[in-house]
Structure formats: structure tokens, C-alpha cells
Ligand binder design. Sequence first.
Ligand SMILES: Cc1cc2nc3c(=O)[nH]c(=O)nc-3n(C[C@H](O)[C@H](O)[C@H](O)COP(=O)(O)OP(=O)(O)OC[C@H]3O[C@@H](n4cnc5c(N)ncnc54)[C@H](O)[C@@H]3O)c2cc1C
Length: 404
Amino acid sequence: MQDMLVVGGGYVGLAVAVAVKQAAPHLDVTVADGAPKGAWEKDLRASAIIAAATRMLQVFGIWDEIHPEAEPITRMIVTDSKTGDPVRPVFLTFDGEVRDGEPFAHMIPNSVIVGALRRACERLGIEIRQGIAATNFTAGEVSVSTTFSDASAIESRLLVACDGVRSRLRDMAHIKTVSWDYGQSGIVVTVEHERPHNGCAEEHFLPSGPFAILPLKNNRSSLVWTERAADAERLVASDDLVFEEELERRFGHKLGALHVVGDRRAFPLGLTLARDFVAPRFALAGDAAHGIHPISGQGLNLGFKDVAALAETIVEADRLGLDIGSVNVLERYQTWRRFDTFRMGVTTDVLNRLFSNDVTPLRVVRDFGLGLVDRLPGLKSYFIGQAAGTAGRGSPRLLTGQAI
Ligand SMILES: Cc1cc2nc3c(=O)[nH]c(=O)nc-3n(C[C@H](O)[C@H](O)[C@H](O)COP(=O)(O)OP(=O)(O)OC[C@H]3O[C@@H](n4cnc5c(N)ncnc54)[C@H](O)[C@@H]3O)c2cc1C
């Protein structure tokens, strides 16, 4: 019997496996993932990884292999304008350090993080069973039995579901969600430009939603371009010329000639918050527990916070000789994470509703708010600390750079 089975081998599933196994090597940990072998290498997206999550990756011992591909975000600017406006006035700027030499976030290609986590699993002796999807599970008194698409089954003391925002395991556990669709999609694409971005990230609030330009290595940027769902589909399906023209209308010419690199894809955007994070012998983590709007680039970072809190809960319970699958133990994790998750879900929801429109009175109010934050250094550093995940007491140890 395994001690912990993790279903879902995305960043969150792999990270929770590494965090537990590193701190408690005697526990048997297996990861099962439904995607075909090698699918993760084809993910062309990149994510903004906050300072607190970077500290956890340092404890895992994988930051040195990720670092060469990680572009520090040294500055951030926020604008609010109409799509066709020739100039986008800057309402808010952030200088991006939480302390000397520690940027508040890095932009990192997804495949680089997943690759490093998979190698860490291998070093720690964690088996990754690739290409098998969980089809059902039954929780009993002392263990939980999970069945898979290849007719195999795994018995474990604890099942951790990291199977993404459409989590089947969450439904099978009868955990209800609060969820709605924004009617928007995020087009994700990488561009190459003539001039350097100097580590500056830009968030342009446009009537159809935020248009984010996030710096990557080598004069490249990753774009998260929000449009109404039907417009996003149309743009993704359009020919290269139309797509690049629409892109330039939003991106502008400040970084010189633009060139799209690789594929473009649209991701439907919604809010999904699980009402419970745990059940007997069962815990949710990552997008399976919460899918949020990418307006603040915090989705994966919330998942990394789950990882740190869940791993600490499991490891400490194990050290005390407690049953790691008991709901009494798991409730500590739920209490730890639920408030922060709901707060972030609500914040991203309000921001998206406030900024994704062209209503003049709302524009006046929000621009006044942005201008106010810009003029108050105390408030600004508060927001930087919040965005970087380094503010506040009671953070799990991994997020402060300490081993469990
Ligand atoms: C457009 C866009 C931009 C974003 N940008 C950012 C950003 O800049 N910063 C940030 O922090 N976040 C960002 N996010 C959010 C981030 O991508 C997600 O939060 C993150 O992918 C969640 O990771 P996860 O491991 O929980 O789930 P996923 O990455 O969805 O992984 C789920 C895994 O579970 C597997 N799986 C599913 N079902 C089963 C099953 N039944 N059995 C076995 N395996 C299964 C899948 O194969 C997959 O490997 C963005 C999201 C979008 C849509």
C-alpha cells in the first residue's frame, strides 16, 4: 500500500509529491497522470512565479536548473484605455523587488518547471505512472482505493487530487463548487520583438479584458490576451496577417517589429471554487480546488501555496504518529488555505468586472484608485508583498524558504 497517491502530474501534483517525499523519505508516494507520455514538453505557455513560490523551489533544490530560463520581473506598469487609443496612459507602476536582489516574480516557461519537478521526483524515488487516468475511488476506514483507465488500482492511505479545474475526482468526492463562466477566453501566445523589454511587465486594461505582456528571456514576451470568448476563437482561427495586425493594435510599436513564435491557443476563463478542500482520505490541491481568472497571474501560485500547506500538514502529522489520511488531520490544511483562496478568487473576480468594460463612470473611479495607489508608497509595498506571497504571518515553512 502507498502512503500517498497523487492524481494529476501537473506542477501542483508533482510539487506536492516532491515536498512530502523530501521531508519524509520513508513515505511511499506515487503520482498518476492521464496525459500521454511527453505531453508536458509541448506546453508553450509560461507563468509568472512569485517570490514565495521561488523560495519553495529553492528548498526543493531545483531552482539552480530553472534559474537560467527565468526572467526576473523588475518593473510593472498598469494602463487603462480603449483598444484603438494611440497612447496608453500609465496609471500605476511597481518596481519589482520584495527585498534587495529578490524580484517579486519571475516569468518561467511551464515546461522548464515541470521538467525540473519530474527530475526531482526521479531523484527522490517517486514513481510517475504516465498515461493512466483515474476513473473512480472508494474511501474506506484505513485506505482509499483508486481505479484507473488501464483497469489497474492503487491502494493508499491518502489520495490527493491535483487533476485540474475540471477535476473528476472532486465530483466523485461529491464536493460542490461555486463556479461561473466569464464569457471570456485568454489567448496565450509568445512574441519575439526587436528591442529589449528590460524585465518590464505590462498590464493593459482594455474594454474586452486585460492584455498582459510578460517578459521572457532573449527579447521575447509571453502574452495573455483576454477577449470575449467568440472573438478569441475567431482571432485564434484567423490567418497570420489578421492575427498579427490585431496584436499590434494592442501591443503597440515600442519594442520594434513583432513576430509571433509558435502556436496560439485560447483558454476559456471562469471562476471555480471548491466548497470543501478535504474529505476522509482525500484532499484537493491546485486548480482542482480553485480555478481563477489570470488577471493577476496568481492561479498556479495559489496552487503552490496549497502544496506548501498540505505537505507541512501531512509531514507534521506523520512525525506525530497520526493518520495522514484522517479528516481531522486534513482539516488543518483546509483551514489554512480556504480563506486565502476565497479572498484571491473574489479579488480577481472584482478586478475583472471592474476593468473589463468601457463604462465611463467606472473608468473614472478605477483610474482614481490606481492613481491613489501609485502615489502612496506604503500601499504600493503592501501590494507588492501580497502579490509576491511574502507578506503576512502564518505562511507555510516552504514559502519562507525553510525545509519542513
Ligand atoms: C491563460 C492562462 C494564463 C495563466 N497564467 C498564469 C500565471 O502567469 N501565473 C500563475 O500562477 N498561474 C497562471 N495560470 C493558471 C495556471 O496555469 C494554473 O493554475 C495551473 O496550470 C494549475 O496547475 P494544476 O497542476 O493544479 O493543474 P493542471 O496544470 O491543469 O494539471 C492537471 C493534471 O492532471 C491530469 N489529469 C486530469 N484528469 C486526470 C485524471 N482523471 N487522472 C489522472 N490525471 C488527470 C492532467 O493530465 C494534468 O497533467 C494561467 C491560466 C490560464 C488559463
